[in-house]
Design a protein around this ligand. Structure first.
Ligand SMILES: Nc1ncnc2c1ncn2[C@@H]1O[C@H](COP(=O)(O)OP(=O)(O)OP(=O)(O)O)[C@@H](O)[C@H]1O
Length: 281
């Protein structure tokens, strides 16, 4: 039996009346369980608007969004929001309670779980984001990176099947960005959670994503593996994107007359450089 998409968008369009903007234009998207998806697009391309459709925060002007095969409706919205958790770009939009423990417990309490189960989930979620011991602290006195971790813990405590993250590494130092990507990768590997994220950091995309989508002016302009996507120079340029930096080195080597293949990850780059050195000796 072929696997069914866990989230599906069929011809989804969205229009913001206040800014007279068509933010999404006939989006078709099939997301399969366990996939790691990266959505790339310039500022204003429609990424956040797209994400708000994935758990019914916004309703399409036309088209439909299906979660586990069911169109999102008032009847199933609670279960949709348990299935699909969203971590917003600005954690301040998401963190509401006076302590970290209370904040992470908010979702599980609303699900009507027992006190013991809520406690267990909060403990596990804080462990997963390396914030054990922070339970009594105020989330408002944390750094930006730590606030993002609290927001992720709040979503993980709901035990979602799909986690959507809007620019999870934005504003983080390189070490914190790497840590957060490890946590995101871990939730996929350990629990099989489907992960959908948007990012402007093209360097992390080949290291993370199984499937990459390019969004431009509310339309999907291309989809494929990172290898396929980063070959599409004119689409990238048109969408105000670029290749990973490491790939630019191989373009420069080609410009210098070397028979170099373009590589997009440091590991592949190392192998290609060894090959080039050996061929030239
Ligand atoms: N609440 C809103 N009201 C009116 N227009 C909006 C609203 N939110 C977004 N827009 C417009 O819709 C378009 C898509 O915006 P969106 O926030 O989805 O883009 P994005 O790809 O997430 O951008 P960024 O990378 O800057 O976060 C933009 O033209 C934006 O100005």
């Amino acid at each position: 039996m072929t696997e069914k998409p866990i989230v599906q968008l069929k011809g989804v369009s969205y229009f913001y009346a206040s800014s007279k903007t068509r933010a999404l234009d006939s989006i078709d998207l099939d997301i399969y369980p366990g996939e790691k998806i990266a959505i790339l697009g310039a500022n204003g391309a429609g990424k956040s608007t797209l994400f708000k459709h994935l758990n019914g925060i916004l309703k399409p002007a036309s088209g439909e969004v299906l979660v586990k095969g069911e169109p999102i409706s008032r009847k199933n919205i609670r279960s949709v929001r348990q299935t699909v958790g969203i971590v917003f770009q600005n954690p301040d939009d998401q963190i509401l309670a006076p302590t970290i423990e209370q904040d992470v417990a908010f979702g599980p309490i609303n699900m009507g779980l027992t006190e013991e189960e809520v406690e267990r989930r909060v403990k596990t979620a804080l462990e997963l984001v390396n914030l054990s011991g922070y339970e009594e602290r105020s989330p408002h006195h944390l750094s930006g990176g730590q606030k993002k971790l609290v927001a992720i813990a709040g979503v993980l405590a709901m035990q979602p099947e799909v986690v959507v993250l809007d620019e999870p590494t934005a504003g983080l130092d390189p070490f914190s960005a790497e840590k957060i990507m490890e946590i995101i990768d871990g939730m996929n590997k350990k629990f099989g959670i489907t992960v959908i994220l948007s990012t402007h950091d093209v360097d992390i995309v080949p290291l993370f994503a199984d499937v990459v989508y390019i969004l431009h002016h509310g339309k999907i302009e291309a989809s494929g593996t990172a290898k396929e996507i980063f070959k599409k120079h004119s689409i990238l340029e048109n969408a105000h994107l670029r290749m990973p930096r490491i790939a630019e080195v191989f373009e420069l080597l080609q410009d210098s007359g070397l028979d170099a293949d373009i590589k997009i990850t440091p590991q592949d780059a190392r192998d290609e450089i060894i090959r080039l050195v050996e061929n030239n000796n």
